[in-house]
Write a protein that binds this ligand. Sequence first.
Ligand code: HEM
Ligand code: CU
Length: 557
Amino acid sequence: MAYVDDFPTDARIVRWNMGVAFLALGIGGLLGMVQALHRTGYFRGFVSSTDYYTVLTTHGVLLALVFTTFALCGLFTWGVTRSLDRPLPNPTFSMAWFGLMLLGSLVTAVTILGGFVESIPLSADVLYTFYAPMQAHPAFYVGLVLFIVGSWLAGVDWFRTYWQWRADNPDERIPLQTFMVLTTMLMWYISSAGVAIEVIFFLLPWSLGLIQQVDPLLTRTLFWYFGHPVVYFWLMPAYFIWYTVLPKLSGGRLFSDPLARVVFVLFLLLSTPVGFHHQYVDPGIPEGFKFIAMTNTMFLLLPSLLTAFTVVASMEHGARQRGGEGRLGWLRKLPWDEPAFAGCALAGLMFAAGGFSGMINAGMNINYLIHNTLWVPGHFHLTVGTASALTFMAAGYWLFPQITGKRLRFKSLATIQPYLWFVGMTLMSNAMHRAGLASVPRRTAEPQYDAVSFEGVVGGISEMRLQIAIGGTLLFLALVLFLIVIFGTWFSGRSADPIQVSSAIPAPLSGPEHSPKILDNLKLWTAVAILLIVLAYGLPLWAMASDGLLAPGTPPI
Ligand code: HEM
Ligand code: CU
C-alpha cells in the first residue's frame, strides 16, 4: 500500500506543500538565470538594471524562504505521520496553517513584484534579508508575519500529533523522524521569535509611519539572531532525508540512530548563539562577543562532520549489501541511475564543498577578504541552493509516487536531472567563489570589473563571467526537467494496477536502544539552548537597548 492509501488526507497536505514549494522553485530559478545573465552582461534584455533589486528580492524570498519552508512542511508532515503511524489530528487545522502560509507568501510576493510597475505604490526592494535602513511597503511585513505564524502553527500540528501518540505509548522512544521534526521546530520557535520581534515591533510600525526611526544595529542583530538558525531550518530537513531515506535508497540501513539524535540536539543547542558571525564588520558589537560567535560556529561544524561520517557509512553499508567491494570500489555499486539516490548523494557531495567555503566565511579575520563579494552567493548556492534544494527535489522523485499513487513519469529526464544540476552548479558556484576572491561584489546589476584581470588563476574576469552564465542557464534547464517530471507525474492518470511503493524504512544498524534516554529530553535541551543564547546575546542586546530602543548607536559595554 502506498502512503496515499493509508493517509489520504495527509498525502494531500504533503502534495500541496510540496507543489507550492516546487512552483516557487521554478519561478525563483527562472529569475536566478535572469540574474546570472544580467550580471555577467550576456543578456540584459529581460529587465532593466534599475529593476535588478526587485528581481533579486523575489529570487531570495521565493527560494530561501518560500520554497524551503513549504518543502519542509511537506516532508515533515510525511515524516511525522509515517513514523508515528497516525494522521495529523485535525485536517481543518492543517489546511489553516497551509492557507496562512500561502496567503502570507502571496501578499509578500505581490508586494515585491509591485516594484516592477511604477503606477502602483507597492514595492519591497529590500532583499530577502530585509533589515533597516531599507524599508518596504507595510504589506511586505504583514505577509511575512502571516507566513511565519503559519509555520509556527504547522509545528503545533506536529507536536499535537506527537503528544497524542505519546499518550498511547508512554514508554517508547520518540521515533527518529519525529525526533528530528520536533528538535528542528524547537530551534525554529526559539530563533524565529527574533525576526518576529523585529518585524512586529520595529519594521512594520516604522513603515506604517507610527514610529519615526529604528535602531539599525538592534534590528540587524534581531535579524541575524534568526538569520543563522534559518540556514539550519533549510538544512535539517535535508539531513532528515539523508539520515532516514538515503540509507534505504542506497540499499542498506542507517548506521547509527544515537549519532543522528546527537546531531539534531547539537543543532538545537548551537544554531542560534552564532548570529554575530554575520556581523563581523558591524560596529557597536564588542569583538569578544564576535569571538564567542566564531567559536560556537566552529563547534557547529561538529554535527555536520558527524553527519558526513554517519551518512557515508550508511551508504557504504548499502553498497556492500549490493555486492560492493574494495576500499572505494563499493562506490560503483550505488544506484547512481536512480534519480532520488543520485540527487541526495550529489547534494551531499556539494555540501562538503560548501562546508569548506563556510569555514572561510566563519573566520573573523578571513571573513574580511570575502565579505559582501560574490564568494558569499557562491557559498550558499552549494548549501541551501544545492544541499537543500537538490535533496528536496530528489525527495520529490521518491515521494511523489507515494503521495499520488502514480508512477514517476519521464524517468529518463529524472535520471539526468541531478547531474545537470551538479554540472551547472559546479560551474556557477566555483566561478562565483573565484570572482569573490577577485573582489567582485554581490548584489550588483552591473559589476564593472571588465578590465580587471586576476593574476594567479586560469583566465580572468571574463572567463569567470562566462562560467556563471553557462552554469546559471544549465541550472535553469535542470529545473525545467524537474518540473516536467514532478507535475507530469502528479497530473497523469492513475494506472489501473495500484503501484506498490513502500514508505517503510528499515531499522538502523545501531538502534535507539543504544542511545541514552536523556537525548529525548526535549525540555532539557531547550533550556540549555536558551541559556547559551542568553550568554551569547544578553549583554550586547542589553547595551543596544539601554540607550533607548529606537535610538541608533550603542554605548560601550
Ligand atoms: C542570489 C543564480 C538557485 C538562493 C543569486 C545570484 C545569482 C543566482 C546569479 C547572485 C545575484 C547577485 O548577488 O547579484 C541562481 C540560479 C539558480 C539559483 C541560476 C538556479 C536556477 C537558487 C536556489 C536558492 C537560491 C535553489 C535557494 C534555495 C539565492 C539567494 C540569493 C541568490 C538567497 C541572494 C539574494 C540576495 O543577495 O539578496 N542566485 N540561483 N538560488 N540566490 Fe540563487
Ligand atoms: Cu551564519
